[in-house]
Design a protein around this ligand. Structure first.
Ligand code: ATP
Length: 367
């Protein structure tokens, strides 16, 4: 069994730097879990503690049923793939992949069989005699993954393994790693600061900030039901729009008042929002939930707003329109065929069933 559990893990570096604080997490056998968060949030430290490359200041790490706090990395039955690949430059691809098995005194035939099998999975059979300097970034990445595969570990750990690749190769390798996960059926823990990588690869995602876990959920739950403003803004591209303003009443109904526009809070949210009447809240709406009125058949006045188009970014199938309401900036994600003129005033329809509200003081999601 290859489940990994972290119980009350904290890490304090000299100088009283809290890298991670009281991390509790259970990873199931065969799961693909991604740690994501901005630089310095503690994701690599967490991974390195699982690998045994760093000691936890407090807490316990279990791999399977075994408490591994005092087990050295080489005896943990894990394999780690690093951002810089860490290949030995003087060894061939074959020797790089065989090295760990040789150290562990595997029989020659077994080494040969495992290296050939891994090379065939990764499509690098023809590169086995080359040295790392004779490989492209993507090929080096494959060799680094191959070196992990030959070990047949209980758990694979990946620390930003694709960040040195160009954008196209990153997309290719991320599907290859996903396929590899399906084929090997092994627990994988993957660290990245890239929310798209996290969303596309992880069956569960752990969002971290300032050494703390913010939310653990599958990609769709994170997107639809973020627990706070940080997660709401971190997941999704372009990020969610946030606007501060009070909840007011018009004709007995609750509205959010941005200052230049007021939009009606839908009945299904009214009960939860009622205690906020007269108070400021943070209103959040994703760019894809703002529509150009020209392309919408129904545009009720209570969720239609005016804004000026300042910049358009055509992306082909879609376009990002940067808007100014006179008080706030907003981004809308519209169809690629929508081409408003710069400085044109636009009527925009907000899908009020998709909006989010956050507490102004705590940033915690209200609804
Ligand atoms: P990145 O995406 O930039 O790699 P990260 O989320 O992986 O960031 P960590 O490398 O885990 O973050 O670092 C978490 C915090 O701990 C940071 O504030 C970092 O400066 C600090 N830190 C990490 N390693 C050490 C160390 N050896 N000594 C002191 N502080 C450290």
């Amino acid at each position: 069994m290859a489940q990994v559990s972290l119980k009350n893990i904290s890490k304090v570096f000299p100088g009283n730097i809290y890298a991670i604080k009281d991390i509790n997490l259970g990873i199931e056998s065969k799961e693909f879990v991604v740690f994501v968060g901005p630089s310095g949030c503690g994701k690599s430290t967490t991974l390195r503690i699982i690998a045994g490359l760093e000691d936890a200041t407090e807490g316990q790490v279990y791999i399977g049923d075994q408490l591994v706090n005092n087990v050295p990395p080489k005896d943990r039955d894990i394999a780690m793939v690093f951002q810089n690949y860490a290949l030995y430059p003087h060894m061939t691809v074959y020797e790089n992949m065989a090295f760990g098995l040789r150290l562990r005194k595997y029989p020659k035939a077994e080494i040969e069989a495992r290296v050939q099998e891994a090379a065939s999975i990764l499509g690098i059979e023809k590169l086995l005699h080359r040295k790392p300097r004779e490989l492209s970034g993507g090929q080096m990445q494959r060799v680094a993954v191959g070196r992990a595969i030959v070990r047949k570990p209980l758990v694979f750990l990946f620390d930003e393994p694709l960040s040195n690749l160009d954008a196209k190769m990153r997309v290719l390798m991320r599907t290859e790693i996903k396929k590899l996960h399906m084929r090997l059926q092994t627990t994988m823990i993957y660290v990245t600061h890239d929310q798209i990588e996290a969303m596309t690869m992880g069956s569960r995602i752990v969002v971290m900030k300032d050494g703390l876990i913010q939310q653990i959920a599958d990609p769709i739950t994170l997107f639809d039901k973020p627990v706070n403003k940080f997660v709401a803004g971190f997941i999704g591209s372009p990020p969610m729009n946030f606007v501060k303003g009070p909840v007011i009443k018009k004709d007995g109904k609750l509205y959010f008042n941005e200052g230049t526009f007021q939009v009606k809070i839908i009945d299904a949210m009214a009960k939860v929002m009622a205690p906020y009447f007269g108070k400021e809240v943070i209103f959040g709406i994703r760019p894809e939930d703002i529509y150009d009125k020209l392309f919408v058949s129904e545009a009720p006045p209570e969720n239609t707003i005016k804004a000026t188009c300042e910049v358009i970014e055509p992306m082909g199938s879609e376009a990002y329109i940067y808007l100014n309401t006179g008080k706030n900036s907003l981004v809308a994600k519209v169809g690629g065929h929508d081409k408003p003129a710069i400085n044109q005033d636009m009527d925009l329809v907000l899908d009020m069933s998709k909006v989010h509200f956050f507490d102004k003081d705590t940033d915690i999601t209200i609804i």
